[in-house]
Design a protein around this ligand. Structure first.
Ligand code: CTP
Length: 399
């Protein structure tokens, strides 16, 4: 997701510096051109050579050892100004204090000062150091100036204390960089509402009716919309997926709860994408106690219809609002999906067949045909993130 992006890592002297080798490597795998600057103290925890091998770029530690014959592109200026995103991790109390006060006296602080891109700072230190009001004041000051603070994790700290101050795992740090740098922010100012995942309809305190939806498609739409700058609300049925960065997640269980959350959040949404696999039926009654089996008898469960959320939102659709639905079929994909476009007053239906390999529930890929009133576009097999991007591109073109 970071192909062609220039990512600058600033590593300072905390024990968690060792995790930055993984961060550098994961960023390279995402296609980024990764540059690293370090403080002298950081080089006591991890060597510049490690990063050089992983990134294939020269690593700078000493401002006076830039060792360049190129006096036009002085590294501590050119590295900062050419970055698409800077991540300072682990960020010690010292580097936070220096940046917050405009001090530039080492390779990290001098390189960050001229940077004009999103700058992420991941504080990592002892819990009491982090709680110190002076450190907190510096963090708040950085936030006021637009720096993005990556919240430290809670847990057992290397210093022996338990509490907040752990550097998040490399995958989480990389996800923050992706969120900040992967996409153009063409949805800034737009409100996007997404539903995702299955619903669960209880028969009794033990059992429920549900389906195989993993929520991956809807989470991808929410994640990519947030990367593109939108203000995103995700109404999610029960899934095992982590909340995408910068997305407001409302967790629901039943179709009824999903309906209520979607209707109340729909009014000021510019774009609504409905990828949830909402139960069409729910038990007429939910037993208070566990239903006991009876020998020699089959069982019938009376069901009643749930509300069709997409149809309901289609009926109260605001002017300029774009509503996208999904259609999961096992036969007559295009014909059935076209019917849904009309009957539900949607602007687009993303049709996917459960019978095609690589498409549908649980998997990370999908094959989608985007159907609008005027045209139809069949996308090839792609990752759900790529599908999400294409759907949002289409939505932007419809507006
Ligand atoms: N949908 C919804 N509320 C429901 C059922 C479906 O909002 N109670 C939405 C889904 O989120 C999806 C679209 O309607 O965006 C189509 O869902 P799908 O399950 O493919 O079709 P149904 O409308 O349920 O029709 P059928 O069961 O006949 O295929």
């Amino acid at each position: 997701m970071l192909k062609g992006k220039n990512i600058l890592l600033g590593v300072t002297g905390g024990i968690a510096a060792y995790k930055m080798a993984d961060v550098a490597s994961l960023l390279v795998k995402q296609g980024a051109d990764v540059h690293v600057v370090m403080t002298e103290n950081a080089s006591k925890f991890i060597t510049a050579e490690t990063f050089q091998v992983l990134t294939k770029n020269k690593v700078y530690v000493d401002v006076f050892d830039e060792n360049t014959d190129d006096y036009v592109n002085v590294p501590h200026i050119s590295l900062g100004t050419s970055a698409d995103c800077v991540l300072i991790a682990p960020a010690t109390a010292d580097v936070i204090g220096k940046i917050a006060n405009g001090i530039a006296d080492d390779m990290v602080t001098t390189t960050v000062l001229p940077a004009r891109c999103p700058i992420l700072i991941a504080p990592s230190m002892n819990v009491y150091m982090l709680e110190n009001p002076i450190v907190q004041d510096n963090i708040e000051k950085l936030m006021r100036f637009g720096y993005i603070i990556v919240e430290p994790d809670n847990g057992h700290l290397a210093c022996g204390y338990d509490g907040k101050g752990k550097l998040p795992q490399p995958e989480v740090l990389v996800e923050h960089v992706i969120h900040a740098a992967a996409k153009e922010k063409d949805l800034t100012g737009k409100k996007v509402l997404v539903d995702a995942g299955p619903t669960q309809e209880s028969l009794d305190p033990v059992r429920y009716i549900t389906n195989h939806s993993s929520g991956k498609m809807g989470y991808a739409v929410a994640r990519v919309a947030a990367m593109r700058g939108a203000e995103v609300t995700l109404v999610s049925g029960p899934t095992n997926l982590p909340a995408p960065i910068g997305v407001d997640v409302i967790n629901v269980t039943t179709a009824e709860e999903m309906y209520n959350a979607m209707v109340s959040n729909s009014k000021d949404s510019d774009i609504i994408v409905m990828s949830a696999a909402v139960a069409d039926y729910t038990p007429e009654v939910t037993a208070d106690n566990k239903i006991k089996k009876k020998d020699g008898e089959g069982m019938n469960i009376p069901l009643k219809r749930t509300k069709d959320i997409l149809k309901s939102l289609g009926e109260i659709k605001k002017e300029n609002q774009i509503i996208v639905g999904f259609s999961m079929e096992t036969e007559n994909l295009i014909e059935n999906s076209r019917k849904k476009l009309e009957s539900k007053n949607a602007d687009m239906i993303c049709a996917n067949s459960l019978k095609t390999e690589g498409a549908g529930y649980q998997v990370d890929t999908n094959i989608v045909t985007m159907i609008t009133k005027n045209d139809m576009e069949e996308l090839p097999l792609m990752s759900k993130n790529e599908v999400a991007d294409k759907i949002l591109d289409k939505v932007v073109s419809l507006k």
